[in-house]
Design a protein around this ligand. Structure first.
Ligand code: ZN
Length: 143
């Protein structure tokens, strides 16, 4: 039985009783009135708690939704940048031995074929033949 129902029952009992004197009746009525007010306040707080519970549920749902959105964003972010960042987060070294580009060059003076690296060569720099020591301009189109 809820507090309010108990108070209603109490009121009913009092109505059926014949109080010994008026003062007793006044006191009892005042006590029931206090109990009534307390029950009323309790109900209000109950309602407030239920409302807060609903708000908390809504916030929790919203957080779940945010978490899902974040996961999706993270996946998309990984898709977008995953190719350019390896697992260590380091960019590959610019000078990997396997990736050095050598070009074979034939000396126009002695026909010696040797290798040079056009990527480290100045555009205006001339090649020096290791065979005859003559210099000649590097022609990229023949490389
Ligand atoms: Zn030469």
């Amino acid at each position: 039985m809820k507090a309010k129902e108990k108070i209603a029952y109490l009121k009913g009992l009092m109505a059926g009783l014949k109080p010994r004197d008026e003062d007793d009746q006044k006191l009892l009525l005042a006590l029931v009135d206090v109990a009534d007010s307390l029950a009323e306040e309790l109900e209000e707080q109950q309602r407030a708690l239920e409302e807060q519970g609903e708000v908390i549920e809504e916030v929790a749902d919203y957080c779940d939704q945010l978490e899902d959105d974040m996961s999706r964003l993270e996946e998309r972010f990984d898709d977008l940048v995953g190719d350019s960042v390896d697992e260590t987060g380091m960019e590959p070294l610019p000078c990997d031995d396997d990736e050095e580009e050598f070009s074979s060059v034939s000396c126009p003076h002695c026909d010696l074929t040797f290798f040079c690296r056009p990527d480290v060569l100045d555009p205006d720099e001339e090649l020096e033949c290791p065979g005859c020591g003559e210099t000649f301009p590097f022609d990229k189109t023949s490389a």
